[in-house]
Design a protein around this ligand. Sequence first.
Ligand SMILES: Cc1cc2nc3c(=O)[nH]c(=O)nc-3n(C[C@H](O)[C@H](O)[C@H](O)COP(=O)(O)OP(=O)(O)OC[C@H]3O[C@@H](n4cnc5c(N)ncnc54)[C@H](O)[C@@H]3O)c2cc1C
Length: 365
Amino acid sequence: MAGFASMVDRLPSQARVVIIGGGIVGCSVAYHLTKLGWADVLLLERKRLTSGTTWHAAGLVGQLRATMNLTRLAKHTADLLPKLEAETGQATGFRRTGSLSLARTPERHEYYRRSMAAAASFGVEMHEIAPAEIRRHWPLMEVEDLAGAFFIPGDGQTNPTDTTQALAKGARMGGAQIREGVEVTGIRVERGRVTGVSTALGDIAAEYVVNCAGMWARQVGRMAGVSVPLHAAEHMYIVTRPMEGVIRGAPSVRDPDSYIYIKEEVGGLVLGGFEPVAKPWGMDGIRARELHPRHPPHRRRSTRGGELLRRRRLQLDRHPDLRRRRLGLGGMDRRRQADHGLVRYRHPPLPPVPLEQALSPGSHA
Ligand SMILES: Cc1cc2nc3c(=O)[nH]c(=O)nc-3n(C[C@H](O)[C@H](O)[C@H](O)COP(=O)(O)OP(=O)(O)OC[C@H]3O[C@@H](n4cnc5c(N)ncnc54)[C@H](O)[C@@H]3O)c2cc1C
């Protein structure tokens, strides 16, 4: 109790900027503000750092975005992450694996060709490659039906939890204070201007308040009478055990026509499904504990994304264990699979039960 009381005592009564939320975004804001010379930075996280959606992220680091500014931001991330460990002494898990973007239609092919021209103007290296070349990295992948494929060598993958801890450490090294276990319960506003925040441990005056509450940002925004146009949507992913034929360090794969991304992780796969029609989650507000790591992932959520993911995964349905026992994939309609442009792979010699974790919901930016 003495430790708790002294922690209460140490909570400052003012800061130039209070950042709400200790996910990767909040810690990145704290890190970058200290880099800009802001010393009086206070980050408040109601639980533990990374206990929000950051804990769930696949960790794909892609540079190419729809606009110049977003691309510049994403490129900055890809440039920063390899240096962060040397600067802070905290490993990030970043690997510059490169990424592959697949086109299954002439329209998508054309879209990526235009993106390649935009990438050049943004300073992002991007090449068109022959689909057959993909097999060098992904020998399991069937590529005959691809209209085109593109490689971005500067993209990578990172460990979101470790990367957040590295950003937090860098922020602390720059003078920021980071407090866990402190929930912001209100935002104080006077004459249309924010003046601070309220917490269970006392009020804190602040010139600036930065809302980095992720999928809780709408709820936090409401504290200041602000409507934040963000909403959580369900996102499904599958994690497999190590599989033969999966090459360590293979580039991540984005296959938007199949609504899927794939990355190698410890010799197995992480497959995530994009929602063609996003399914909102937590319409009545999202409780703090809902994404905590100690809560097991939900299984077999019946969203369209989850369904697509089950259809468009590797051809795991050929494996009787998976079909009947693990994911309940019996009754698959192979013609429909083909219609949907499956990510098709040569059948790997699968270990007996390669899937260790089924489907998990969350939000995905
Ligand atoms: C399965 C999955 C895969 C993903 N894959 C990728 C990927 O490959 N690449 C990519 O770039 N992104 C990916 N994302 C998206 C990425 O995870 C999120 O965009 C990112 O983690 C959001 O970070 P954040 O800091 O905004 O939010 P969070 O990590 O959710 O952090 C918000 C924090 O705010 C805290 N908080 C909320 N309210 C309060 C309060 N009142 N007071 C104090 N603290 C509060 C919460 O406890 C939480 O810790 C993925 C997401 C999921 C779910």
